[in-house]
Design a binder for this molecule. Structure first.
Ligand code: NAD
Length: 295
């Protein structure tokens, strides 16, 4: 009989991740509060349950994929009331490091193993099972979780103990937010200097300015045909999610006393951009903000 997994949070990311576990031969018992997510789950072969606790029945593993730290804390507090000792609990959401550490503690007190395993790769990676997992937790927990993570992704990186996966995710995404803002500024400066987008791309994508924000998610249409700029900035990675991750980086910077002047400034810029109503666009559409602010 195939291993049973409880999967809580079947949204844009969790839905396709759970569906990939079904495709890999696992039995998945799912729960989500939202009706559209519930209906999509049934279509993907997931056994739909009425509550998170009901999803846990007979499952030696539970995975959560929820919006923010307070959702994860609340669901894990409910789960540990009835969970069997020895259950492996994995949270794949992107949340603050403090909440991640607290949920590891809850699991430990209940006699369970736990991992924080946030992902990079977005909805495309979730659908194609090509996510990268950044994992925090003990080696024995990872040894048990590895086959499940590999059914949903292509790379699993063990970053350290409890919370280290979230720490890696937050640091990575702070780099991403800063580089995209810089790349957008450079392309607009290039426009003002009469440089073609292609010429700047050809140089910067093969020189010291090279980064994912240029070579994969180029903010202008043309040079990288698969980048969101070619489909009217449909995400991709929504600006509102970029802002969420930038804010997490700033919370972490504050609590650790780290000087992140560029991170702080980029967070303010994405905040303004979001307030202007662009939160649903790919974050590379920030280039419009740079053009609008230029004379
Ligand atoms: P989403 O809003 O589509 O999905 C979250 C789901 O959780 C929703 O369906 C919601 O109904 C459900 N939910 C909320 N509270 C619940 C509860 N108490 N019990 C059961 N279900 C509950 O969000 P998403 O895009 O799938 O993102 C999930 C997480 O993954 C977030 O932390 C996000 O930051 C992270 N992430 C998203 C992306 C992306 O591109 N969308 C990329 C990497 C990481």
């Amino acid at each position: 009989m195939s291993e049973t997994i409880a999967f809580i949070g079947l949204g844009y990311m969790g839905g396709p991740m759970a569906a990939n576990l079904v495709k890999a031969g696992f039995t998945v018992r799912g729960f989500d509060l939202a009706e559209p997510a519930r209906q999509a789950a049934i279509g993907n072969g997931i056994i739909l349950c009425d509550t998170a606790e009901h999803a846990l029945a007979g499952a030696p593993v539970v995975i959560t994929m929820l919006p923010a730290g307070h959702h994860v804390l609340s669901v894990w507090r409910d789960l540990v009331r009835t969970i069997d000792k020895g259950t492996l609990m994995i949270d794949c959401s992107t949340i603050d490091v403090d909440s991640a550490r607290k949920v590891h503690e809850l699991a430990g007190e209940a006699g369970c193993l736990s991992l924080d395993a946030p992902v990079s790769g977005g909805t495309t990676g979730a659908g194609a099972a090509t996510l990268t997992f950044m994992v925090g937790g003990e080696a024995d927990a990872l040894a048990r979780g590895q086959p499940l993570l590999e059914a949903m992704g292509r790379r699993v990186v063990h970053c350290g103990s409890a919370g280290a996966g979230q720490a890696a995710k937050i640091c990575n995404n702070m780099i991403l937010g800063i580089t995209m803002a810089g790349v957008c500024e450079a392309f607009v400066l290039g426009e003002k200097l009469g440089l073609s987008h292609q010429a700047l791309f050809d140089v910067a994508s093969t020189s010291s300015g090279q980064c994912w924000s240029i070579s994969t998610n180029c903010p202008v249409p043309g040079p990288v045909p698969t980048s969101p700029a070619n489909r009217d900035y449909k995400p991709g990675f929504a600006a509102a999610l970029m802002l969420k991750d930038m804010r997490l980086s700033q919370e972490a910077a504050k609590s650790t006393g780290t000087a992140t002047a560029l991170g702080a400034h980029a967070t303010q810029l994405y905040d303004l951009f979001d307030q202007l109503g662009h939160g649903g666009e790919d974050f590379s559409s920030f280039i419009h903000y740079v053009r609008d602010q230029s004379v």
